[in-house]
Write a protein that binds this ligand. Structure first.
Ligand code: NAD
Ligand code: UGA
Length: 456
């Protein structure tokens, strides 16, 4: 029986391993983590992350061929294949601070693997890493006269949160990079066979290690760039009375452009887009490629502009003062169908509103616990209220910051009636029926469409 160990039981390690366990009952999968609380949560009825469809897969496989453990060494020792799926955040200190990836967790894993392994293993980079990281890892793994052989593969993960289980079950592609040596190709084929259990072979792409590593950063950069591109156009739409939704539809029907990732918004969030682009910027700079670095940096600058522009629009439309005004934030997660708030635009929006002395009420169906941890410094200006109707009571404005479907179905007449007048609604996700809201009486602002106002 093939034994897989995954180091890192997070948003990627948990769901990806649960899917492998479901699809490959003959493979034993153990996910290990140093965070014992997280491991305990994976073994409980309340999983540590919210992801539609995940509970069912974990229920089906847990204890059959899926195991969670905080005994990292044992997991490593027993495995034939080790996925490393630890966090690789942006460095906050020293050289490259604010741009480069912090590889300390990854390297600690490599050192641990070397320390405790007594048999040959395939090491799979699942974390998103700078191009050529595998080279450094191989040197760590093979340092000294270690008789054990490690073959490093790159298998970046492309799942998106909120749709992780569908993405894992029916991926557009799986990418596996390996060395062009006999042992490299053999290891690569071993991993191809595992994915080919449920994924059509033509969707399992193979590449050299460096291409695989770089493809992951590139994919995220291209996706984020599309969001920044349409957001840049949204500002121009507001200045010219063009409608960004109509522009997106018009360009998205060009098959060369395609319709996805053209939804103008308050800006992209999530743990990866910003981190990965800044890493790409750093990599370009470290190879002396200043213009490519500046090109990609602009995607992040545009995103910051979009967040700041949203708050300015709120302030200017609310008569240039929001001091003491109650503002209801609908949605704190960085996107719908997740409780994840990492790099959520809501964090910066709330900070900027608080700087204007607003009183903020945050509501979110899944992200309240994380939201509370994100803004401890605003304790006296922020309340948390799970029920959106109660959050909106007495508010001067509602701001939609996450595209939860439930916000489409609310009774906005009831919300309007309970608010301070004039009641403002700022739709940072362009997801509501703005004409209907306007007819109820709201002052309605939406990204790339501007303000519909009764106040002339
Ligand atoms: P996460 O923070 O949710 O999980 C990482 C886990 O690794 C944590 O539970 C942490 O305790 C554990 N860990 C850290 N060091 C460890 C060590 N030495 N030994 C054992 N466990 C250790 O992170 P995530 O969101 O799952 O992301 C993991 C990687 O996958 C990152 O490189 C990220 O860029 C990439 N990625 C994330 C997503 C996503 O949607 N979140 C998608 C694709 C790729
Ligand atoms: C993204 C990528 O889509 C995944 O392929 C990748 O694996 C992952 O990053 C990663 O490496 O972590 P994720 O961040 O989970 O996935 O979610 P997305 O659906 O990409 O959304 C990212 C952000 O962009 C969200 O804040 C979302 O609201 C925003 N967005 C997305 C828009 O504002 N407009 C769009 O049209 C699309």
């Amino acid at each position: 029986m093939t034994k897989i160990c995954c180091i890192g039981a997070g948003y990627v390690g948990g769901p990806t391993m649960a899917m492998i366990a479901k699809k490959c009952p003959d493979v034993q999968v153990t996910v290990v983590d140093i965070n014992e609380k997280r491991i305990a949560a994976w073994q409980s009825d309340e999983l540590p992350i919210y992801e539609p469809g995940l509970d069912e897969v974990v229920k089906e496989t847990l204890g059959r061929n899926l195991f969670f453990s905080s005994d990292v060494d044992q997991g490593i020792r027993d495995a034939d294949i080790i996925f490393v799926s630890v966090n690789t955040p942006t460095k906050t200190f020293g050289e490259g601070a604010g741009y480069a990836s912090d590889l300390q967790y990854w390297e600690l894993c490599a050192r641990r693997i070397k320390e405790v392994s007594t048999s040959d293993k395939i090491i799979v980079e699942k974390s998103t890493l700078p191009v050529r990281t595998a080279e450094a890892m191989e040197r760590v793994l093979h340092a000294g006269d270690n008789p054990v052989h490690f073959e490093v593969l790159s298998n970046p993960e492309f799942l998106a949160e909120g749709t992780a289980m569908a993405d894992l079950e029916h991926p557009d592609r799986v990418l596996i990079g390996g060395h062009n040596t006999a042992t490299g190709q053999q290891a690569l084929q071993t991993l191809v066979e595992i994915y080919a259990t449920w994924i059509p072979r033509e969707r399992v792409l193979t590449a050299n290690l460096w291409s695989a590593e770089l493809s992951k950063l590139t994919a995220n950069a291209f996706l984020a760039q599309r969001v920044s591109s349409i957001n840049a156009i949204s500002a121009l739409c507001e200045a010219t009375e063009a409608d960004v939704g109509e522009v997106a539809r018009a360009i998205g029907t060009d098959s060369r452009i395609g319709p996805k990732f053209l939804h103008a918004s308050i800006g992209f969030g999530g743990s990866c887009f910003k981190k990965d682009i800044l890493n790409l910027v750093y990599l370009c700079e470290s190879y002396g490629l200043q213009e490519p670095a500046d090109y990609w940096r602009q995607v992040v600058i545009m995103n910051e502009y979009q967040e700041a522009r949203f708050v300015k629009t709120m302030l200017h439309n609310m008569f240039n003062t929001i001091a003491g005004k109650r503002i209801a934030i609908f949605g704190f997660a960085f996107k719908a169908d997740t409780g994840d708030t990492r790099e959520s635009p809501a964090i910066n929006v709330c900070r900027a509103l608080a700087a204007e002395h607003a009183q903020i009420v945050v509501s979110d169906p899944q992200a309240m616990e994380n939201a509370k941890l994100d803004l401890p410094e605003l304790a006296d200006q922020i309340e948390f209220e799970a029920d959106p109707y109660r959050a909106a009571e007495g508010a001067h404005a509602v701001a939609i910051l996450t595209d939860w479907t439930l916000y489409k179905g609310l009774d906005y007449q009831r919300i309007y009636d309970s608010m301070s007048q004039p009641a403002f609604l700022f739709d940072g996700r362009n997801m509501l029926d703005h004409q209907a809201l306007f007819e109820i009486g709201f002052e309605v602002y939406s990204i790339g469409k501007g303000l519909k106002t009764h106040l002339k």
